[in-house]
Design a protein around this ligand. Structure first.
Ligand SMILES: [Zn+2]
Length: 75
């Protein structure tokens, strides 16, 4: 017996995530204006809806120069 496989659920068409303009913000860890905050907008066929925001620090969140791994000294 051969039963057809159910269709894989798909993301609704015509939906896109659009980042807004980056805004410089204060980083409490670095104590400097090194944080970037970007508002995310969800573009759908019905219009534009806010989809939260995303922020990161260009100093301590930099993946190109991560902090050195912590050394564990064993006796
Ligand atoms: Zn920082």
């Amino acid at each position: 017996m051969n039963t057809p496989r159910p269709a894989r659920p798909q993301a609704p068409p015509g939906v896109a995530l659009q980042p807004g303009t980056a805004v410089t913000d204060w980083c409490a860890l670095c104590k400097a204006w090194t944080r970037q905050t970007v508002a995310l907008l969800l573009l759908t066929v019905d219009g534009v809806a806010p989809a939260g925001s995303w922020s990161w620090c260009e100093i301590h969140d930099d993946p190109d120069s991560p902090l050195p791994p912590r050394r564990i000294d064993r006796a």
